[in-house]
Design a protein around this ligand. Structure first.
Ligand code: DGL
Length: 281
């Protein structure tokens, strides 16, 4: 089984894309609803919670875990890969959701860290909407500019948007918040319009329509779940050690650290189908 982790419901948008792209795989989804949202927590806190939940998935025999949470991936992934994973869980792997987005923007594979320069180098203006913690980590900025120094990046934190989405707030309220954040970003850009927008929080996919309406018509929105699904499919081809297990093919389990009943009730919005969560202590 492949583990998929998010602070709450947002990662279900990624899980949906993964199950469609990889129907022969089994998945265990874990939402840390008891501690969501992560976006305003301090970095140490996010790191500790992320490790705890990855360990839960490893203990369930997931060999590979996808951090379907930009905040966890931005704050914790590099650190845990460098300092913890190989010693604590040799052979296991953790992947995040930033890498496929960065690859799409810089138009070169992740492992190529040399700057993409020359006449075909990316020169777009990229707007990144994310949680406060993801913005402060500057993970997107650092990884993109290292590879594509001519790209102009503008970040916009959207505090409160995850809470509203996670609480199932009405569309009008979501629309109002999104208009406020897009307006703030556009004012800071002083007339320059973004070519590309990244909804750099898996929850924001649920507000994609509001972002589409608030952003200039010429701004393309990257679809993170699809990019992640394509990237994982490619990774699995290159890593036969994570071969599909026929027993778990097509199986999907939904776990939460929160109130399973309440979480299940809201899940349809994110996943597009009814699902039943089971609680983990
Ligand atoms: N959905 C997560 C993300 O992609 C986290 C949101 C939150 O918990 O604040 O950033």
């Amino acid at each position: 089984m492949i583990g998929v982790f998010d602070s709450g419901h947002g990662g279900l948008t990624v899980l949906r894309a993964l199950t469609e792209r990889l129907p022969d795989r089994g998945f265990v989804y874990l939402g840390d609803h008891a501690h969501a949202p992560y976006g305003d927590r301090d970095a140490e806190d996010v790191y500790g919670l992320t490790i705890t939940n990855i360990e839960r998935l490893f203990a369930m025999d997931c060999q590979l875990v996808i951090l379907a949470c930009n905040t966890a991936a931005a704050v914790a992934l590099r650190r845990l890969q460098r300092t913890w994973l190989d010693d604590a869980w040799p052979g296991r792997r953790v992947l995040g959701v930033l890498v496929p987005v960065v690859e799409a923007i810089v138009r070169q594979p992740w492992h190529v860290e040399e700057p993409h320069i020359g006449p075909d180098a990316p020169q777009e203006t990229v707007a990144i909407f994310a949680t406060r913690r993801t913005v402060e980590s500057r993970a997107y900025v650092g990884e993109i500019l290292k590879r594509a120094p001519d790209v102009l990046i503008v970040q916009q934190a959207c505090p409160g948007l995850v809470d509203a989405i996670e609480a199932g707030a009405p569309q009008d309220q979501i629309k109002g918040l999104v208009e406020e954040f897009v307006g703030e970003l556009l004012r800071s850009m002083q007339g320059v319009l973004p070519d590309v927008a990244v909804l750099g929080c898996t929850h924001y996919g649920l507000a994609a329509k509001a972002f589409r309406e608030a952003l200039p018509p010429g701004t393309a929105i990257l679809h993170q779940p699809q990019l992640v699904a394509e990237s994982l499919a490619d990774y699995l081809v290159r890593h036969p050690e994570f071969a599909a297990d026929p027993i778990s093919a097509g199986r999907i389990e939904f776990l939460t650290t929160g109130d399973a009943h309440a979480v299940s009730r809201l899940a349809r919005r994110f996943y597009g189908a009814n699902v039943t969560f089971r609680g983990v202590s």
